[in-house]
Design a protein around this ligand. Structure first.
Ligand SMILES: Cc1cc2nc3c(=O)[nH]c(=O)nc-3n(C[C@H](O)[C@H](O)[C@H](O)COP(=O)(O)OP(=O)(O)OC[C@H]3O[C@@H](n4cnc5c(N)ncnc54)[C@H](O)[C@@H]3O)c2cc1C
Length: 394
């Protein structure tokens, strides 16, 4: 794997003006994506007496949090089917409740008070192209109705999808969001609360004397690592736990009138897509076309995936379009598809949250609250620790 940002500090740089004075804080949050920003929000909400510092080696929201498809969703029918198979229906339902609460907390605490964030209520549809594809996908351990998914028959799909799909499992109360606006508003809110936000600062080590960055040392009483797809790059202790996978997207413009107001997943095709305006479509996925190549923390687009995404637009959605943007981002996957939120053995008391496995926007806000409660000593374990809690030593 290739690291894109230099770590450690040379003898020469240390003596140069790049370095800045050491600082002290109560809680240091490393990683300014949605997970880190949400954690900072909840700590500042529940413990306004604490000094909080958040650092990111780039700019806040420049990781996956600002590169995703903007599905603010509890998750697709496929996600819950897979969780039922792994954990049983009862526990999968608990995860659904967690996701619902996470979105509702984000609504009440951030979205209602932030008119600058473009957000739109919609539904989420898991599409099937044929009856046989739906049949092959079904699993007796997953009852869609229990999870709030209703079957939308072909003749109830919008006319533009009727000829292409046999039907869909639809979940209500989902949202389309502009993720960069969300990250920007969270950052502003934190700064208004006097959270110290330091960008272009890379943390590379936690020592008993403090947390070393390439420009200074930060003395902190507690540390939160929110590195998602970059955990394994930070320390080998995370290598087997959180695997980095690249996810690519393409944005296209079309003049065709397509009535597609929802968030769409097409499980057999391994794609997800949505419209952002009447003329602009985003489509992402097709990672399985190059599983080995996409197991990477290096941000780049590749022909095989981009061609796969375009083939879907052209052959399945039968669109005529013009490509207006292509990009990628790095996700962090765990083998159980759920994040790790737990304590980590380190020279300074440290917690981690990450491994959102492609669902961080739906799960992230309440995950930040879970960490805030661990930091404040309000509870010994997070919700997710019942699924798996690794022992990690840095
Ligand atoms: C193309 C794509 C589409 C997606 N679509 C969706 C979607 O529609 N809905 C959904 O729910 N999820 C989606 N996801 C997943 C979602 O974006 C992530 O789960 C979520 O953003 C994770 O947030 P995070 O804060 O944990 O990670 P990130 O946003 O990646 O933040 C981690 C941060 O850590 C910083 N960092 C790393 N190392 C260091 C260091 N040593 N020192 C300091 N800072 C460091 C990075 O710069 C980065 O900003 C998608 C992801 C991608 C890539």
């Amino acid at each position: 794997m290739v690291s894109s940002v230099p770590m450690t500090t040379s003898h020469w740089i240390k003596q140069h003006t790049f370095s800045s004075p050491d600082i002290s804080t109560d809680v240091l949050i490393v990683g300014g994506g949605f997970a880190g920003l949400s954690t900072a929000y909840w700590i500042s909400e529940t413990r306004p007496d604490l000094k909080i510092t958040l650092v990111d080696r780039g700019a806040c929201g420049f990781g996956a949090s600002g590169r995703n498809a903007g599905f603010l969703t509890k998750g697709s029918a496929s996600f819950y089917q897979s969780l039922c198979v792994k954990w049983g229906a009862e526990r999968a339902l608990e995860i659904l409740r967690f996701a619902e609460e996470s979105i509702s907390l984000l609504q009440q605490n951030i979205l209602k008070a932030s008119p600058e964030i473009k957000v739109e209520r919609t539904t989420c549809q898991t599409l099937f192209q044929t009856d046989a594809a739906h049949g092959a996908w079904k699993d007796e351990r997953f009852d869609p109705e229990k999870f709030g998914f209703g079957w939308k028959k072909q003749d109830h799909l919008p006319p533009s999808l009727r000829s292409k799909f046999f039907g869909a499992l639809e979940g209500a109360n989902e949202y389309k969001i502009n993720p960069v606006q969300l990250m920007g508003s969270l950052k502003k809110l934190l700064q208004a609360r006097k959270v110290q936000v330091l960008e272009n600062v890379s943390v590379y080590e936690i020592t008993p004397e403090g947390i070393n960055t390439e420009i200074n040392r930060i003395r902190a009483k507690q540390v939160v690592l929110a590195l998602n797809g970059y955990f394994s790059e930070y320390h080998s202790a995370f290598e087997k736990l959180i695997l980095p996978y690249r996810a690519q997207m393409v944005a296209v413009e079309t003049d065709e009138e397509l009535d597609c107001p929802a968030l769409y997943y097409d499980p057999p095709e391994r794609v997800y897509w949505r419209k952002t305006s009447s003329k602009v479509f985003l489509v992402g996925g097709k990672r399985l076309l190059d599983v080995r190549g996409e197991h990477s923390n290096f941000d780049k687009i590749t022909p095989v995936i981009q061609q796969g995404l375009e083939a879907y637009l052209r052959d399945k959605l039968r669109l005529k379009y013009k490509v207006i943007n292509r990009w990628s981002g790095i996700m962090g996957f765990t083998d159980h598809e759920l994040p790790y939120i737990c304590e980590v053995a380190a020279p300074v008391p440290t917690f981690m949250l990450g491994g959102f496995s492609g669902h961080g926007i739906g799960l992230g806000f309440k995950s930040g609250l879970e960490v805030a409660e661990l930091v404040a000593g309000k509870k010994p374990k997070s919700f997710f620790s019942q699924f798996r809690e690794p022992e990690i030593r840095l």
